[in-house]
Design a protein around this ligand. Structure first.
Ligand SMILES: Nc1ncnc2c1ncn2[C@@H]1O[C@H](COP(=O)(O)OP(=O)(O)OP(=O)(O)O)[C@@H](O)[C@H]1O
Ligand SMILES: [Mg+2]
Length: 365
């Protein structure tokens, strides 16, 4: 373990000439925590990471690293390492030289550099490749060299900016679990940036969802999935996203204009709002039918079948377990249980009491 460190952001803001891009971020990252920043392109993820790293001035607010006020602290005094969004390896240096490049400024002896390099290479499966040049590596191997370069510094805090963005789906999945294991083994405090909600869901202890420089929600992945705080989070987390539609409450049902009505025990002040239903909560009706869906799209994925259909002016999707032989144009009976209808008010904020209840962290064995 490297002596774990915590981080605290208090009302952090960043202004460029073009305007404010980070609009008051508050967050505490616990020592040893895997904290993910996730949001669409341009929402400010890299800017936040660069302010934490000391590569970008903080316009307003305070940054604390392990209880020490760090706004003006030089980058090399912040006890952190960073893997950049567009990591670049030195093409003329070997893998080994690339990995140890940052250590010479830290006045670390040649022997120590060598032993750390070997240890890190072993951990990341790079031992056989140390004498090669970057152009002799696959994309995934290069990505691991970039990770090794950060880990070899033995900094207690590690910042990673979309470190897996250049990899194919299979390698991404493998690297996700490798990074998570290394982070646990070394006890790193990790701030990990991604625009990929699957990466966020699968890696994070906790995550912060950002949009346009504003925090939308912070929490554990399943808590956010089950109780999204607003319609942005509801449609950002989950694939396919949560189905949403504006609706009016009448006689125990939410009526969707030009669409069906869906039973729910809960109303909202003014009886107007947005309802949300996860695709997996629209099942094939056995007895009670909530609505008939006229299929616009059918995707058979092997373990499940995704159905696309129109509800009012929206395209909704349903996720049915198993392999279904269905055709576009076919009408299929669908059921939505009242307790699976989430409610959002006119501002798009989740209404208390409309969350999916259930065990905290999924079902235990
Ligand atoms: N030096 C700069 N001057 C002016 N505006 C900037 C500067 N750097 C970034 N921005 C703006 O700040 C906003 C946030 O940029 P940032 O790079 O942090 O986004 P991001 O969330 O990392 O996006 P991506 O997922 O595409 O990497 C963007 O609107 C961007 O145009
Ligand atoms: Mg970025």
């Amino acid at each position: 373990m490297l002596g774990m460190k915590s981080l605290r952001l208090e009302n952090i803001r960043k202004k460029y000439d073009g305007g404010e891009v980070i609009k008051g971020i508050d967050a505490t990252v616990e020592a040893g925590e895997f904290f993910v920043l996730v949001g669409p392109s341009g929402c400010g993820k890299s800017t936040i990471l660069r302010m934490i790293a000391g590569l970008e001035d903080i316009t307003e607010g305070s940054l604390w690293i392990d209880g020490v006020y760090a706004n003006g602290l030089p980058a090399n005094k912040r006890q952190l390492s960073m893997v950049f969004q567009n990591y670049a390896l030195f093409p003329h240096l070997t893998v080994e030289q690339n990995i140890t490049f940052g250590l010479y400024t830290k006045k670390i002896s040649k022997e120590e550099q060598r032993s750390r390099c070997l240890e890190t290479a072993e951990m990341l499966g790079l031992t056989e490749l140390l004498k090669r040049k970057p152009r002799q590596l696959s994309g995934g191997q290069r990505q691991r060299v970039a990770l090794a370069r950060a880990i070899v510094t033995q900094s207690p805090i590690c910042l990673m900016d979309e470190p897996l963005s250049n990899l194919d789906a299979k390698l991404r999945a493998k690297m996700r679990s490798e990074i998570r294991q290394i982070q646990r083994r070394l006890g790193l405090t990790m701030i990990y940036v991604t625009h990929d909600q699957v990466e966020a869901m699968t890696m994070a202890d906790r995550m912060m969802i950002l949009d346009k420089g504003v925090v939308q929600q912070v929490g554990r992945p399943l808590d956010i999935y089950n109780s999204p705080g607003n319609t942005f989070v509801a449609s950002f987390i989950g694939s396919p996203p949560m189905n949403l539609a504006e609706a009016d409450y009448e006689d125990g049902r939410w009526r969707i204009p030009a669409g069906p009505a869906i039973n729910s025990a809960h109303s909202l002040p003014g009886k107007k709002g947005t309802i949300g239903v996860r695709p997996e909560h629209i099942s094939r009706a056995e007895e009670k039918v909530t609505f008939f869906a006229e299929l616009l799209n059918v995707e058979v994925l092997g373990t499940e079948t995704l159905l696309g259909f129109a509800v009012g002016n929206h395209q909704w999707s349903a996720r049915w377990p198993g392999q279904w032989q269905l055709c576009v144009g076919q009408r299929v009976p669908c059921y939505v249980a009242p307790e699976h209808v989430m409610l959002f008010d006119k501002e798009g904020q989740a209404a208390a009491g409309s969350f999916i209840s259930g065990p905290d962290k999924g079902e235990a064995l």
